[in-house]
Design a protein around this ligand. Structure first.
Ligand SMILES: [Zn+2]
Length: 120
């Protein structure tokens, strides 16, 4: 499963970033997931909880921010959000567009219990 491999990857980064002594203090692991990344947030959340439950990092939960798909038109420079997978510019109806967001899959921050964020 796609999400399982990603969840393992995220957990590995958390384990490398937070010393074992502080593992129990990890509360939130903030990730940004683009609409076009192909990742189902609920599934990623489920996989992460499942694999973290066997570790010292079991108190950690994913906080998933979904990033909408946005584009910029190369012809008229219009910046817009793509809905319903309609890949053309709503201003000039052109199809010469460049994707500006939507493929993100990144770990943003690891938040510990005392409120101290570990910015990455
Ligand atoms: Zn345009």
């Amino acid at each position: 499963m796609h999400e399982l491999a990603i969840a393992q990857n995220i957990l590995e980064i958390v384990q490398q970033s937070v010393p074992r002594e502080q593992a129990a203090a990890v509360r939130w692991v903030r990730v940004r997931v683009g609409q076009l990344s192909g990742v189902v947030p609920e599934s990623l959340d489920f996989c992460f909880s499942a694999i973290a439950s066997d570790t010292n990092w079991k108190g950690a939960s994913l906080a998933i921010e979904q990033v909408p798909t946005t584009s910029q038109c190369r012809d008229c420079a219009h910046h817009f959000e793509i809905e319903d997978m309609l890949f053309f510019c709503p201003a000039c109806k052109g199809t010469n567009i460049e994707l500006t967001s939507g493929k993100e899959l990144e770990l943003v921050e690891i938040e510990l219990e005392d409120g101290q964020g570990e910015a990455l």
